[in-house]
Design a protein. Structure first.
Length: 435
C-alpha cells in the first residue's frame, strides 16, 4: 500500500486526480453538515443524541448518507436515490427491449441510459425528500424524542416546498460530484462517496461502544468489536477475491497469410457475483412494513407485531427474514444480470469454446450450472456477513453503524479502488515505456 501511494504522488496525472478526488470528498462532507432551511438545528441535535443508542427505521439509510439523514442536512438523502435509480435501470434493461438495445449500442447507448438514470434520480429524490420532510414535520423521524415536533417550527406549505426542493437539489449535487470523481478523479465516484459516508460514521460508533461498555471502563467491549471487525474484514477480502475461472480456447483460423486465434483465456465468475445489491434489496423490503406500521398510527395487532419484531435488527424474526431475503435476491440479481446464453453466443461467434463442452446451448447450460453452484456459497456468505456482525455488535454495545453491510461495502470499495489505481499506474508505465 505504501508503495502504491508513493507511485501515485510521484506520477503527475495520478497526483492531480487524487488531489481533485480529495477536494470533491471535502465538498461532499461539508454539504453533509449544512442544515436544510426551516429546520431547528438545536432540536435536531437533541433528538439525534437521544436516538444515538437505537437503530431506528432509518438506520441503514442514515449510515449510507454519512449521518446526514437524521441531521436533516442539504445532503440528507446522499447517494441513495442514485443507487436506487441505477439498480432500477439495470433491472429494466433485462425487461424493456428499448433499454436492452441501448445497452448493446456501446458508448452512445450507455450515455442514454446514464441520462435516464439522472432523470430517475431526481424523481426519486423528490419522492424521498417529500417523505423525509413529512416525517420530520410530524415528529415521526424521532418517535422517542420529546422535542421532535419542534424540529420544523414553521409548518407552512411554502416552507415544506422549499425544504423538498433543497434536499432534491442536494441529491443532484451529490450525483454531479460522483460523476466528477468518475470522469476527472480516480474513478468509481458513486462507490467512493458511499465509502466516505460509511467510514465517517465509524469513529463515533466505535467510541459509543466504549462509552456503553461496563467492563474495564468499556475497553473490553471496544477491543471485542475491533477484533470482530478485523475478522470480518479478512473474510470479506478472502471471499471477494475468490473466483471460478472458466477456461475458453479459440481455434486458429487463416485470413490470407496471417493466422488468428489459437489463444486461451478464461471467464472469471466471482463467488459473490451479486455484490452488495441483495443486502440493499432485503433491507429496503424489510423497511417497508415497519414504515407502514409507524405511519398508520394503528393500535391493531398487526401493527404492534410488526413494530415489536421488525424494527430491532437483532430480533430473531428480523434476522431470519433478512437472511432468507438476502439469499433470494442474490439468486434473483445474478439471474438477471448474467445472461449465460448471451455469453455462450459471444464465445461461439468469436470462434471459441470451453474445453470438453460443445459450443452454443451446452455451453450456456454449463455456465448456468456453474453460476448456480457459485451463488449458493456467495448468498450464504452475504447473509452471514450482513447478520453476524450486527448481532455481535448489538450484544457488545449496540453500535448501529457497525453492521456487516458497512464492512462489506468499505472493504469491497477499497479493493476496487486499489485495483483501479494499480491499473492506472501500469497504464502510465506502459505509456512511458512506449515513448
Amino acid at each position: 500500500m505504501t508503495r502504491v501511494l508513493t507511485q501515485v504522488f510521484k506520477t503527475p496525472d495520478l497526483r492531480k486526480k487524487t488531489v481533485f478526488t480529495l477536494g470533491v470528498i471535502v465538498l461532499y462532507r461539508l454539504g453533509s453538515h449544512v442544515p436544510l432551511p426551516g429546520v431547528d438545528y438545536a432540536n435536531v441535535q437533541k433528538c439525534v443524541d437521544e436516538a444515538s443508542g437505537s437503530g431506528g427505521l432509518l438506520g441503514l439509510a442514515n449510515v449510507f448518507s454519512g449521518g446526514a439523514l437524521l441531521q436533516i442536512t442539504l445532503f440528507a438523502l446522499g447517494i441513495l436515490p442514485y443507487i436506487t435509480a441505477s439498480i432500477i435501470l439495470q433491472l429494466l434493461t433485462v425487461v424493456v427491449p428499448r433499454l436492452e438495445t441501448l445497452k448493446k449500442e456501446g458508448a452512445a447507448g450507455q450515455g442514454k441510459i446514464t441520462q435516464y438514470t439522472r432523470y430517475l434520480t431526481v424523481g426519486l429524490a423528490l419522492v424521498q425528500g417529500t417523505g423525509l420532510v413529512a416525517t420530520a414535520r410530524s415528529g415521526a423521524l424521532f418517535p422517542a424524542c420529546r422535542t421532535a415536533a419542534g424540529i420544523v417550527p414553521d409548518t407552512s406549505v411554502l416552507t415544506a416546498v422549499v425544504m423538498v426542493l433543497s434536499v432534491t437539489a442536494g441529491t443532484a449535487c451529490v450525483m454531479w460530484l460522483a460523476e466528477l470523481i468518475t470522469e476527472r478523479g480516480i474513478g468509481n465516484g458513486m462507490s467512493l462517496l458511499i465509502f466516505v459516508s460509511i467510514a465517517s460514521t465509524l469513529p463515533r460508533a466505535l467510541w459509543a461502544v466504549k462509552e456503553q461498555g461496563e467492563i474495564a471502563d468499556g475497553w473490553l467491549s471496544f477491543g471485542s468489536v475491533v477484533l470482530v471487525g478485523l475478522v470480518m474484514v479478512a473474510l470479506v477480502v478472502f471471499v471477494e477475491q475468490g473466483q471460478r475461472r472458466i477456461p475458453v480456447q479459440y481455434a486458429k483460423r487463416m485470413v490470407g497469410r496471417r493466422s488468428y486465434g489459437g489463444t486461451a483465456t478464461y471467464i472469471p465468475l466471482k463467488v459473490n457475483q451479486a455484490g452488495v445489491v441483495p443486502v440493499i434489496f432485503a433491507s429496503s423490503l424489510l423497511y417497508i412494513p415497519a414504515l407502514i406500521a409507524q405511519f398508520s398510527h394503528s393500535d391493531a395487532g398487526w401493527a404492534a407485531w410488526i413494530m415489536r419484531n421488525f424494527v430491532r435488527g437483532d430480533h430473531p424474526f428480523y434476522v431470519v427474514a433478512y437472511f432468507l431475503l438476502i439469499v433470494f435476491f442474490a439468486f434473483f440479481y445474478v439471474a438477471i444480470t448474467f445472461n449465460a446464453e448471451e455469453v455462450a453466443g459471444n464465445i461461439r461467434q468469436a470462434g471459441g469454446f470451453v474445453p470438453g463442452i460443445r459450443a452454443g446451448r451446452p455451453t450456456a447450460e454449463y455456465l448456468g450450472y456453474v453460476l448456480n453452484r457459485l451463488t449458493w456459497p456467495g448468498s450464504l456468505y452475504l447473509g452471514l456477513i450482513a447478520l453476524v456482525p450486527t448481532v455481535a455488535f448489538a450484544s457488545l454495545g449496540g453500535a448501529n453503524q457497525l453492521t456487516g453491510t458497512s464492512i462489506l461495502i468499505i472493504v469491497s470499495v477499497g479493493l476496487e479502488t486499489v485495483k483501479q489505481i494499480n491499473s492506472q499506474i501500469e497504464q502510465h508505465s506502459y505509456e512511458g515505456f512506449l515513448r
